[in-house]
Every structure is written in structure tokens, then in C-alpha cells.
Design a protein around this ligand. Structure first.
Ligand code: PGA
Length: 255
């Protein structure tokens, strides 16, 4: 398999810096030398520095959950790519469905973030996925196509392998309702096809496509065994070291 599996923990708006430290320490102690799987933890902004110091020197990478596309200026409350790089973040989650639905982020705005992140040597984890209404209306693939195409506008062949895509059906996020392996694999294969059209077969085969949405140790092995599922973006199960470590082990076993 040419794609190394990637397990990313999205801690969302959970954990103060004080609370984040022991979780990060447990992950480093158990998986800090793991090179079979790429591991990224994405704490809230306020815990980035603390967690960054803890993962420093291990194989665990640091990611943020959002950023602003501009380099700096009058954007009260926002965080730039350079600020994240200064704390040694290597990844950034962009276009998460919670950002899209609660904060009105559009594909065009998310695209600006994607290109800004790449310009600053941050690897974007671009999230896409349909709502329940869109799935029921039969428009899943169309919705995902637009999110991928617009999200990646202007991303060159040189940059595309630094992009990670996360397919997260909105109806599966935080609901305990996981997509079936068939449902997930269908969309992953569709995204891979789309990437092949945009970037050619060789590059498309190198791009990681993660699944997200109630991935847990119990359902992970089956999902991770699918041909086009290259890892997971984990919410709830990333908040506890035991379940997060089990997911890392599941990814290692699936490679
Ligand atoms: P969940 O969240 O694992 O809690 O469903 C995934 C995500 O939103 O990235």
C-alpha cells in the first residue's frame, strides 16, 4: 500500500491547556515512536503550545482546527497560518462541517484557507460531506464533488500530495451513527476518481482520504480495511487516550 494510514484527533472545543497536557502525554508515551501510522492531534488554539511541547521529539504531529486565510491584520479573534507555524503546527483542519454550518463558511472561503495553508507549509485536512437531507435527496456525490472541486481550486500538482481530504458525512458526526462501510467506500472511491480527473492517476493514488463521523475502536477495523479509506478524523474517541490508541492500533493492523 503506497498510502500510510493517518489518524487525526479533532479535540474540538474540549480541554483547557491544563487538561490537554495529560492526554497528550499519554498519547506520546504509548504511540510517540509509532512510525507505522501518521498521527496528528488537533487541540484547541489555547492548548497548541502546551501540546506542541509535549509532542516535540516524538512522531506525533500537531494540528490546528481552523485558521484565517489572510496573513495578518484587522481580523479580531482570528489566527493566521504564521501563528500556527510559530507553534510548530504542521496540519490544520479546514472546512469542518461545524465551521460550515455554525459559522457560515463557504467553499470559496475554505478554498482561500486551503491555498493559504499550503503557502505556509501547513498541510490542510479539507473536510467534505453531505447532510442527512442531501443524502436523502440523492445529492451526496454532487455535494461532495463541489466541495472537493471548489475547495482545491488553484492547488497545484506540486502541492496536492500535502493535502489530506476527510470525508465526514454530517449525519454521522457526533451522533454515534456511523456510515456503513459500503456508504463510506462509495464516496471515498468517488473522491479518488475526482482527484484522478483533476491531478492524474499517480498523484491521486498518493492522496490520503480519511473517514470521519463516529469512528470508534469497534467499527474502525472494517472501515480502515476499505480500499480508499486511508485513516480517520476522530472526534469523540480522540478525547480519551485509550480509545484513540486503539484506533491507532487498528490503523496499523489495517495497513
Ligand atoms: P466524531 O467527530 O468522531 O465525534 O463523530 C468527527 C469529527 O467531527 O471530526
Amino acid at each position: 500500500m503506497i498510502r500510510k494510514k493517518l489518524i487525526a484527533g479533532n479535540w474540538k472545543m474540549n480541554k483547557t491547556a491544563t487538561e490537554a497536557a495529560p492526554l497528550a502525554q499519554e498519547i506520546v508515551a504509548a504511540a510517540g515512536r509509532n512510525t507505522d501510522v501518521d498521527i496528528v492531534v488537533c487541540p484547541p488554539f489555547t492548548a497548541l503550545e502546551t501540546v506542541g511541547k509535549i509532542v516535540d521529539g516524538s512522531s506525533i504531529k500537531l494540528g490546528a482546527q481552523n485558521m484565517h486565510p489572510e496573513a495578518g491584520g484587522a481580523y479580531t479573534g482570528e489566527i493566521s497560518a504564521a501563528m500556527l507555524r510559530d507553534l510548530f503546527a504542521t496540519h490544520v483542519i479546514l472546512g469542518h462541517s461545524e465551521r460550515r454550518s455554525y459559522f457560515g463558511e463557504t467553499d470559496a472561503f475554505i478554498n482561500k484557507k486551503v491555498t493559504a495553508s499550503l503557502k505556509n507549509q501547513l498541510k490542510p485536512i479539507l473536510c467534505v460531506g453531505e447532510t442527512l437531507a442531501e443524502r436523502e435527496a440523492g445529492t451526496t456525490l454532487k455535494v461532495v464533488q463541489t466541495q472537493v472541486e471548489v475547495g482545491l481550486e488553484g492547488v497545484s500538482n506540486d502541492d496536492i500530495t500535502n493535502v489530506v481530504i476527510a470525508y465526514e458525512p454530517v449525519w454521522a458526526i457526533g451522533t454515534g451513527k456511523v456510515a456503513t462501510t459500503e456508504q463510506a467506500q462509495e464516496v471515498h472511491a468517488f473522491i479518488r476518481e475526482l482527484l484522478t480527473k483533476l491531478y492524474g492517476e499517480a498523484l491521486a493514488q498518493k492522496i490520503r482520504i480519511l473517514y470521519g463521523g463516529s469512528m470508534k475502536p469497534a467499527n474502525a477495523p472494517e472501515l480502515l480495511a476499505q480500499k480508499d479509506i486511508d485513516g480517520g478524523l476522530i472526534g469523540g474517541a480522540a478525547l480519551e487516550s485509550r480509545s484513540f490508541l486503539e484506533l491507532i492500533n487498528a490503523a496499523a493492523a489495517a495497513k
